[in-house]
Design a binder for this molecule. Structure first.
Ligand code: TXA
Ligand code: MG
Length: 311
């Protein structure tokens, strides 16, 4: 029996499995099983008002859960991809109540990682999965991160090659309204979405249109304070550089020496974790992050570090 076979057996039996995707690690269970999904909220310490993404491995499976309008049809043409689509719930869908958190919509995603797809297929059910981190903390992009958080709980953890190569959570687009609306930035950028849809999209305003609690401020946060757009280090700070920036204190890392936003995104969470651990162990005051261009994938990076900094 392979690890994925074993993991699928656990999912079918109502257990919890951490699995790699192309974005971040997910903490998954059978999305149709109320008891299993409530375990996920417990393990993560996730508030019950925050709904989960349902992961599927086929379009038929997605159609049995969500209603496909024209926009959904166009957007699903790029699946599997780091793109989560919020659509109206199919009235005949069999999804545990806690996954939906009382909404009439459902967030569905087909991940582009072979292990994730194999796991969903072999489990013979859609998999509800938030990111595999304690609620509010930095997402996990390596097996080690997940082990650290949930190693002592009954969570089976899958490893694999090229796990979490993008390193940032999927883009979320809401297709339930008149105008498709981006709820969370990610690798599928607004321009790409507009070209797939053939029309303009909106970006949700962070306060007035909170639909995804992922848009709430405290999220992705290290234990020590973060300071953004930094050009120098304050006393007691350690630095996270980008490109040619020079935050060179007693301990500094660089998201991408060559100034590549894709590389920076894939390093962001693991480097934030290293710096957070170092800062806590060495009683440092905080982490200073250099300015990162606010374009292309930089939109998603800046969005995450702003929330991580509680801004
Ligand atoms: O890349 C990803 O999306 C990862 C991997 C594991 O797939 N998952 C992930 O899940 O980031 P999570 O739970 O950390 O973030 C999901 C976000 C939350 O902010 C949640 O509020 C939002 O999706 N969400 C879920 N269902 C929704 C719905 N029906 N309407 C609006 N937002 C929804
Ligand atoms: Mg998350």
């Amino acid at each position: 029996m392979t690890d994925v076979d074993e993991a699928a057996k656990i999912i079918r039996a109502g257990g919890v499995v951490a699995f790699p995707t192309e974005t971040v690690y997910g903490l998954g269970c059978d999305a149709t099983n109320e008891e299993a999904t409530s375990k996920i909220f417990d393990i993560k310490g996730r508030p019950s008002f925050n709904p989960l993404i349902v992961h599927v491995s086929s379009i038929e499976q997605a159609r049995s859960i969500g209603e496909f309008n024209d926009n959904v049809l166009k957007l699903t043409s790029i699946w599997p991809a780091p793109l989560t689509i919020v659509m109206n719930l199919n009235p005949t869908a069999n999804i545990a109540k806690s996954v939906l958190a009382g909404l009439g919509s459902v967030a569905i995603r087909m991940p582009a990682h072979p292990i994730a797809l194999e796991l969903i297929t072999k489990s013979s059910c859609p998999i509800a999965a938030p990111s595999a981190n304690p609620s509010g903390y930095i997402s996990a992009t390596e097996m080690q991160h997940v082990l650290m958080h949930f190693g002592d709980q009954q969570v089976f953890i899958l490893g694999g090659d090229k796990v979490c190569q993008y390193g940032l959570e999927s883009t979320i687009i809401d297709t339930t309204g008149e105008v498709p609306t981006i709820l969370r930035y990610g690798f599928i950028t607004p321009l790409v979405l507009e070209s797939i849809l053939g029309k303009k999209v909106k970006v949700a305003d962070s306060i007035m249109q909170i639909k995804a609690p992922g848009m709430l401020n405290k999220h992705y946060s290290p234990r020590v304070p973060l300071r953004l757009n930094s050009e120098f280090l304050n006393k007691g700070e350690i630095g996270l550089n980008f490109g040619q920036s020079k935050l060179n204190g007693q301990y500094s890392l660089n998201l991408s020496e060559k100034g590549d936003l894709i590389e920076a995104a894939s390093n962001l969470y693991s480097m934030m974790r290293i710096l957070d651990n170092y800062a806590v162990d060495n009683r440092m005051q905080g982490i200073a992050i250099a300015k990162i261009p606010n374009e292309f994938i930089g939109l998603a990076i800046n969005d995450r570090i702003k929330r991580a900094a509680n801004l």
